[in-house]
Design a binder for this molecule. Structure first.
Ligand code: CMP
Length: 139
């Protein structure tokens, strides 16, 4: 059975352009419930840990530097089949290929600064949610 949660981050450029409110509105309009949320700024070490799965990729160091360059908003989103449903709402990884009206189409500026992160599996959604939130911070 598909899981009901996914983890998102509003990335530094989208946050810096003040798109947070508009992105959260898209998320709730798409039927997601926000069950945990915080504004934070990742250290290099935290960003390395979060994206550890990509550590062999050529873009890893740039991605880590970018993700620790400014504030972000992290949130756990809930809906039936959340991982797949959220990926439809955000669009393709590269904003240039994202369907019209998706979050990455509207608010992304490059492959790296693609507005938001979304978990790619139910297993990673739980790992990523636990990375940011204790049980006391999840509702
Ligand atoms: P995200 O969903 O946060 O997961 C990993 C991120 O790596 C991805 O979004 C992109 O912002 C970034 N990235 C940079 N270069 C690439 C690439 N060539 N392929 C995939 N992801 C990339």
């Amino acid at each position: 059975m598909s899981g009901h949660k996914t983890l998102t981050m509003i990335k530094p450029v989208a946050f810096g352009k003040n798109y947070t409110g508009k992105i959260l509105a898209k998320i709730t309009e798409a039927g997601f419930t926000i069950s945990a949320m915080k504004m934070t700024k990742l250290t290099i070490v935290q960003a390395q840990a979060f994206y550890n799965v990509h550590k062999e990729r050529p873009f890893y160091n740039d991605l880590v530097e970018f993700m620790s360059s400014g504030p972000i908003v992290a949130a756990v989103l809930e809906k039936e089949n959340a991982v797949e449903e959220y990926r439809k709402v955000i669009g393709a990884t590269n904003p240039e290929n994202a369907d019209k009206g998706t979050i990455r189409d509207l608010y992304g500026t490059s492959l790296q600064a693609n507005a938001v992160h979304g978990s790619d599996s139910d297993e990673n959604a739980e790992i990523e949610a636990s990375f940011f939130f204790s049980q006391l911070e999840r509702f």
